[in-house]
Design a protein around this ligand. Structure first.
Ligand SMILES: Cc1cc2nc3c(=O)[nH]c(=O)nc-3n(C[C@H](O)[C@H](O)[C@H](O)COP(=O)(O)O)c2cc1C
Length: 364
C-alpha cells in the first residue's frame, strides 16, 4: 500500500484561524505533551522574545500599487517552493499525532512547501520520504559521530540536502518538562535508530545522548565530517554573525537563523533581532532560513523583509498536526500563505524578492 493511502484522516478541515487550530491542538494533547511542545528553556525569556520581536515591526501599506496577483513562489538551494515556508524538524512527532512526519510532509507536498525531516522523529527518513518525496528533500542530523553515515544514507534515499543542527549538543534546561517529570517513551524519537523501521546504521541511543550531552563535536571535527557529506548542508542554530561565518568557512551552503524556538539557551536573543546583522555579515547571496516564533503570515513577511529567503515553522506545524493530522498542517500552511499573499497585495510587493527592508519600519 502506498503511503498516500495510509491516511484515514480528512484532507480538508474548516479551522477559521490559527488560534482555533492552536486551541484544538491544546485540547487534543495530554497536558505534559502540550508543555513539551509549548515550553522553552529556563525562564522562557527567549520564548517570549521570539514573539515580541515580530511585534516591534510594522509593514508599510502601498495603496494603488497595482499589485493584484502576487506570486509567493521562490526556491531554496534549487528546490522549488510555492510558498516560502518549510516545516521544521521536530522529534517525537508520534506524541502529537499517530501519523507524524509522514502526514506533515504530505501536507507540505500538497502546498508546494518543503519538510525538513528530523533524525529524532518517530518515523525513518525512508518512511517520510516515501510518503512525500517532493517535500521530504532535506534530512536533519545532529552532529555527533555518526553524521557522515547519516549523510550517506540520506543521499542514498534521495535527499538533496542535510540540515545540521548546531545548537543542541545537549537538550536545553526545559523547566516545564522538569516540573512534569516528563519522561516520554524514547521510541517516539527513534525512527532512525538501528533496527527501527528497518533503518540501518545509527548506533547511539539518541535520547540518552541528548540527556548526557556526550560525544559533542567542535568546529574542526564538523569540518572534517562535512568534507564527506556528499550533500550540500545547511547550518541550523545560527544566532550570531560569528557562527554564520564559521559555518560558511567550513562549507555550509545555507544557514538557519534560529534559537531552536527558545528551547536551548535562555535568555538568548530573538532570531528575528539577530537576522539583519547575520544577513549583513554574510552578504546577499547566502540562502538564509529563519525560525523561532513564526505564527502568522505577517511574521513571514517581516522575516523576509529583514533578510530571510524563507522561514521554518515548528510549533505552528505541530499545532496543525495535533489538531487534525495532515489536514491540520495543510490548513496552517494555507492560512499563513493566504495572509502573506494578502499582505503582498496591500504592501505592493509582486514577488517574494520584492519583499525587502524598504517595506517595513520599526514601531515607534
Ligand atoms: C517539540 C519540538 C521538538 C523539536 N525537535 C527538534 C529536533 O529534533 N531537531 C532540531 O533541529 N530542532 C528541533 N526543534 C526545533 C525546531 O526545529 C525549530 O527550530 C523551532 O521549533 C522553531 O521555533 P517555533 O516552534 O517557534 O516555530 C524542535 C521543536 C519542538 C517544538
Amino acid at each position: 500500500m502506498t503511503a498516500q493511502l495510509d491516511s484515514f484522516y480528512p484532507t480538508r478541515v474548516d479551522f477559521g484561524t490559527l488560534d482555533e487550530i492552536h486551541r484544538a491542538a491544546a485540547a487534543a494533547l495530554p497536558a505534559e505533551v502540550l508543555d513539551f511542545v509549548e515550553g522553552g528553556a529556563g525562564k522562557e525569556i527567549t520564548l517570549r522574545e521570539n514573539r515580541a520581536a515580530f511585534d516591534r515591526w510594522r509593514i508599510l501599506p502601498a495603496p494603488m500599487s497595482g499589485v493584484g496577483a502576487p506570486s509567493t513562489r521562490t526556491e531554496f538551494l534549487g528546490m522549488p517552493l510555492a510558498t516560502p515556508i518549510l516545516t521544521a524538524p521536530f522529534g517525537g512527532d508520534a506524541l502529537f499525532h499517530a501519523e507524524g512526519h509522514p502526514a506533515v510532509a504530505r501536507a507540505a507536498q500538497a502546498r508546494g512547501a518543503l519538510s525538513v525531516v528530523p533524525e529524532a522523529g518517530s518515523f525513518s527518513y525512508q518512511r517520510v520520504r516515501a510518503a512525500a518525496p517532493e517535500a521530504a528533500r532535506i534530512a536533519q542530523v545532529h552532529p555527533f559521530g555518526h553524521a557522515a553515515m547519516v549523510a550517506e544514507r540520506a543521499a542514498r534515499l534521495g535527499y538533496e540536502a542535510l540540515c545540521v543542527t548546531l545548537d543542541c549538543p545537549v537538550g536545553g534546561f526545559r523547566t516545564r518538562n522538569m516540573a512534569n517529570r516528563f519522561d516520554p517513551d524514547q521510541r517516539h524519537f527513534a525512527g532512525n535508530l538501528t533496527g527501527a523501521d528497518g533503518a540501518p546504521g545509527v548506533a547511539e541511543v539518541f535520547g540518552q545522548l541528548l540527556k548526557r550531552g556526550g560525544m559533542v563535536w567542535d568546529w574542526a571535527e564538523l569540518a572534517i565530517a562535512a568534507t564527506g557529506f556528499g550533500l550540500p548542508w545547511i547550518a541550523k542554530g545560527v544566532l550570531t554573525p560569528a557562527t554564520a561565518e564559521r559555518a560558511l568557512a567550513i562549507g555550509a551552503s545555507a544557514l538557519v537563523v534560529s534559537n531552536h524556538g527558545g528551547r536551548q539557551v535562555d535568555p538568548a536573543p530573538a532570531s528575528l533581532d539577530m537576522l539583519p546583522a547575520i544577513r549583513a555579515a554574510v552578504g546577499p547571496e547566502v540562502p538564509i532560513l529563519l525560525d523561532s516564533g513564526i505564527r502568522t503570515g505577517s511574521d513571514v513577511f517581516l522575516a523576509l523583509a529583514l533578510g530571510a529567503d524563507a522561514v521554518i515553522i515548528g510549533r505552528a506545524a505541530i499545532y496543525g498536526l495535533a489538531a487534525a493530522g495532515q489536514a491540520g498542517v495543510d490548513r496552517v500552511l494555507e492560512l499563513l500563505t493566504e495572509e502573506l499573499r494578502t499582505l503582498m497585495i496591500l504592501a505592493g510587493t509582486p514577488s517574494i524578492a520584492a519583499i525587502d527592508r524598504s517595506r517595513i519600519q520599526r514601531a515607534a
